[in-house]
Design a protein around this ligand. Structure first.
Ligand code: FUB
Length: 581
């Protein structure tokens, strides 16, 4: 598929996925999907899957945290569901078919967004032969479960999210509320299935699959969660070769994103679908613009840091490989044949990479990982040999030197070797060249090592809110805006050299602008160099502060401190993945 190598949609290529339900949690977008089995000629669906991304283009595969076996009372049809976070737990509502042939809605629960999930009730939550549950929590804390095909229902969920009050209520399907369908007396409105209800600026939206078959995506709005609804028109026209479509909408890092499915992968059809995403902007009056399917996908949010460990299953595009559970935890990439590849988009090498490490295993003779920039035939900046290790889960780390990888590029991991079944890849990581990251513990994976506080405040390591890896830093108790997290870089600086800086920050409260500053003291005089200019910090996620500045002084340098401050205020903030190189 040479043309597809420049595409970012569909977002998953290893398997067919359907019915996306996005969830923004802790600086990442999680997408909960169904899975269409290869070669299906019906809705043959046995499991659900989860993918996540911090940048909207490189998606990490979290495998299969839930399948039909999770629900002892289910027999088939792992169809369209949605997961939501409440009070420290994740609840995933899904429709399944019971052994008596009737459809029902179950709810599973987990402590983590990626599972594993367990049946919360041991029985259906709703049993009235309807499908496509969608959950929404209003500002007053009341949760609603919407669902239905052919009818449209809601029920008020209790705060425990696994029981409800009152009876399921039908939403009247009037043509004023849900548009006019012609030629089907039993279904006079456009509403077909797949409701997605949310609230924006006080207005309630229901985005739904309309007028089967084939379906398009339409929407209605209402002044309250239970209506009355007014039909507003088309969101996504009939496109993409699948006779169903299924919408999910979230805001992330200041942008609005529309998830859907189509038949765009090779072998794609109405029963072998794939999840894709488009970015959009609401019209000034709150209406949703018409959104068309693209293969280009969405712009990347920030860049990917190659100097922290990256899971092999973090993929923007791939050809030929699959994912599977790894004996070392998470997943690994496997089934690698000669010529297969993985594209990772927008990799920021900064001033340069010196070497590459990869965690590999092979029950055969192994092969090579070619590291190419920008295209499959782009410059090769390194080639890592992979030996046989005696088993597909017998892991070893291989290294190779890298030259010519500077700045930001798409990275292609191209796999070569003799024939098929070459090796498995669990993770990879580049190491910066000597001119690379000058910061100690820049990825915050070693607690507060290398970092301290500028002024009065408390610095603590954190593992629950991270940008990458498993650690970040949190500063609390600041009493002035200039007080922040700092690192001494006196011995690292070269006079007259230009340094590129990148740090990721996230506020714990408030919405300040943050900046990265270098305090330089030479010959008794302190000057301040702005390394990354003031940037408004997204209140709901991570924000990257970047900049390039030339550092120079006269006389003897006695102190150089890099610190992250806010323009005003004393908000607590998190810091992660900092580079100064
Ligand atoms: O994936 C099976 C069914 O197809 C879903 O439940 C519907 O929304 C449609 O996408």
């Amino acid at each position: 598929m040479p043309a597809a190598a420049v595409a970012d949609n569909p977002i998953v290529q290893t398997v067919y996925t359907a019915d996306p339900a996005p969830l923004v949690y802790d600086g990442r977008v999680y997408v909960y999907t169904g899975r269409d089995e290869d070669g299906s000629t019906n809705f043959t669906m046995r499991e659900w899957r989860v993918y996540s991304s911090a940048d909207m283009v490189n998606w990490t595969d979290h495998g299969v945290p839930m399948n039909l076996g999770t629900f002892s009372w289910a027999s088939s049809d792992a169809w369209a569901g949605q997961a939501i976070y409440r009070n420290g737990k994740f609840y995933w509502y899904v429709p399944v078919r019971m052994s008596n042939g009737s459809q029902a809605i179950g709810v599973a629960v987990s402590d983590n967004p990626t599972g594993p999930f367990r049946d919360a009730l041991g029985r259906p939550l709703i049993q009235n032969s309807e499908i496509d549950p969608n959950v929404f929590i209003d500002d007053d804390g009341q949760a609603y479960l919407y669902y239905g095909n052919p009818r449209l229902w809601y029920v008020r969920l209790n705060a425990d999210m696994i029981s409800y009050s009152g009876s399921p209520t039908q939403i009247p399907l009037t043509t004023a509320g849900y548009g006019t369908r012609t030629g089907n007396a039993s279904r006079p409105t456009l509403y077909e299935e797949g409701p997605w209800v949310y609230k924006r600026n006080g207005l309630y939206y229901n985005v739904f699959a309309a007028e089967c078959c084939s379906e398009f995506i339409a929407y209605s709005t209402a002044p309250g969660p239970t209506g009355p609804w007014t039909y507003r028109g088309t969101v996504m026209p009939r496109q993409g070769g699948s006779f169903t479509n299924h919408a999910g909408i979230v805001d992330f890092n200041g942008g609005s994103y529309f998830f859907y499915h189509n038949a765009a992968l090779p072998g794609g059809s109405g029963y072998t679908r794939s999840v894709a995403v488009e970015k959009f902007t609401y019209n000034a009056d709150g209406t949703i613009p018409t959104i068309n399917m693209t293969t280009a996908g969405v712009p990347q949010v920030g860049t990917l840091n190659p100097y922290t460990r990256q899971e092999a299953e973090t993929i923007a595009w791939e050809s030929g490989v699959e994912t599977e559970p790894s004996s070392e935890g998470t997943l690994n990439v496997g089934y690698i044949d000669n010529g297969d590849y993985i594209k990772v988009k927008g990799v920021n090498f900064g001033p340069g990479a010196a070497s590459f490490n990869a965690r590999v295993a092979s029950a055969s003779a192994g092969g090579n990982i070619e590291l190419r920039l920008d295209s499959l035939t782009g410059p090769t900046v390194g080639t890592c040999g992979v030996p046989g290790t005696g088993g597909w889960q017998t892991w070893t780390t291989v290294s190779c030197t890298v030259g010519g990888a500077t700045g930001t590029h798409d990275l292609y991991l191209r796999f070569t070797g003799s024939g098929g079944g070459l090796f498995n890849l669990n993770w990879w990581q580049f190491n910066p060249s000597a001119g690379g990251n000058q910061l100690t513990n820049g990825n915050m994976e070693s607690g507060t090592t290398g970092w301290s506080v500028f002024g009065n405040a408390t610095l603590s390591p954190n593992t629950s809110v991270v940008h990458g890896g498993t650690g970040s830093l949190l500063i609390t108790g600041r009493t002035a805006s200039w007080q922040g997290i700092r690192q001494d870089v006196t011995s690292k600086l070269v006079n007259g050299k230009s340094y590129a800086t990148s740090v990721w920050v996230r506020t714990q409260s408030g919405t300040p602008s943050a900046k990265v500053t270098l305090a330089l003291t030479a010959n008794g005089t302190t000057s301040y160099v702005q390394l990354a200019p003031a940037t408004a910090v997204n209140p709901n996620g991570w924000t990257q502060l970047t900049g390039t500045a030339t550092v120079s002084w006269t006389g003897t340098l006695t102190s150089a401190t890099l610190y992250i401050e806010t323009v005003a205020g004393t908000d607590n903030y998190y810091l992660d993945d900092a580079t100064f190189q």
